[in-house]
Design a protein around this ligand. Structure first.
Ligand code: ZN
Length: 255
């Protein structure tokens, strides 16, 4: 065997399980089917907007040479546990769950706008993060890979301890958040931590993005407009690239 063929073989072994080249991303449009998510301006549903964003992000990422798969490509209900298993089975470079946020009362819905980006933690980083986690967790009675009867907090702590991806998840969330804000000009609601079921048990670096408040009178409308959607998508893609470049630099041998 010629020496030069060894790196080529190694590269082959590192290819994602699906066909195609380039970094491999799993996009997870939130909710679906009977789970509509939040309700927005003009009656738009979070599950529909999330899917629309996922399609657009997939197209833009593929144009940039990425391989992308979605956890759902239709209006169907996919359990949170199945989303995690789907991603782990495909071993992507990263996982992004796409959502829109909302507030419980009309007065709050008129006030709250902006982008929040989450990574997994046992504790919520504040009241806002806790509220979002409660809303996004309603579809699952417990965390994805959590054994029956095991305490949720204990499970999360164990999960975080074994997860080498956790450090990377916080970096992924920060990279996505910065670029999303830069591209959209939306209000900065911070990089947050919360016990989100769809991020638990995940092997890949994983983040959940709340792209905006769907029921805010202005932002809710903007979220449905194609030019603004593309700005968010461009921000998301730039964030993915930043994250992967930083990771590649960190992994490069020092000379
Ligand atoms: Zn959601």
């Amino acid at each position: 065997m010629r020496r030069s063929s060894i790196p080529a073989l190694l590269a082959l072994a590192l290819l994602p399980l699906t066909a195609g080249a380039g970094p491999f991303v799993v996009l997870d449009p939130g909710h679906g089917g009977i789970h509509e998510g939040a309700m927005g301006v003009g009656g738009v549903m979070e599950k529909s907007l999330a899917l629309e964003f996922a399609f657009k992000a997939k197209a833009t990422l593929e144009k940039a040479g990425f391989t992308v798969v979605l956890t759902r490509d239709r209006d169907v209900h996919v359990k949170l546990v199945e989303r995690v298993a789907f991603s782990n089975g495909r071993r992507p470079d990263l996982f992004i769950s796409l959502h829109c946020n909302s507030m419980p009362t009309r007065a709050l819905r008129e006030r709250f706008a902006g982008i929040q980006t989450f990574f997994l933690s046992a504790d919520s980083s504040g009241e806002e993060a806790k509220r979002t986690a409660l809303r996004e967790n309603t579809e699952g009675a417990q965390a994805a890979a959590q054994p029956q009867g095991e305490d949720t907090l204990a499970f999360i702590l164990k999960d975080l301890a074994r997860s080498e991806a956790h450090q990377d998840s916080s970096r992924l969330a920060a990279a996505l958040h910065a670029r999303l804000l830069e591209a959209s000009g939306a209000e900065d609601r911070g990089v947050q931590q919360a016990p989100l079921f769809v991020l638990m048990g995940m092997d890949a670096p994983a983040a959940l993005v709340e792209l905006g408040f769907i029921a805010h009178p202005e932002e809710g409308k903007r979220l449905q407009e194609a030019p603004y959607q593309q700005k968010l998508v461009d921000g998301l893609v730039a964030g993915v690239k930043d994250f992967l470049q930083a990771r590649a630099r960190a992994a490069a041998p020092v000379h």
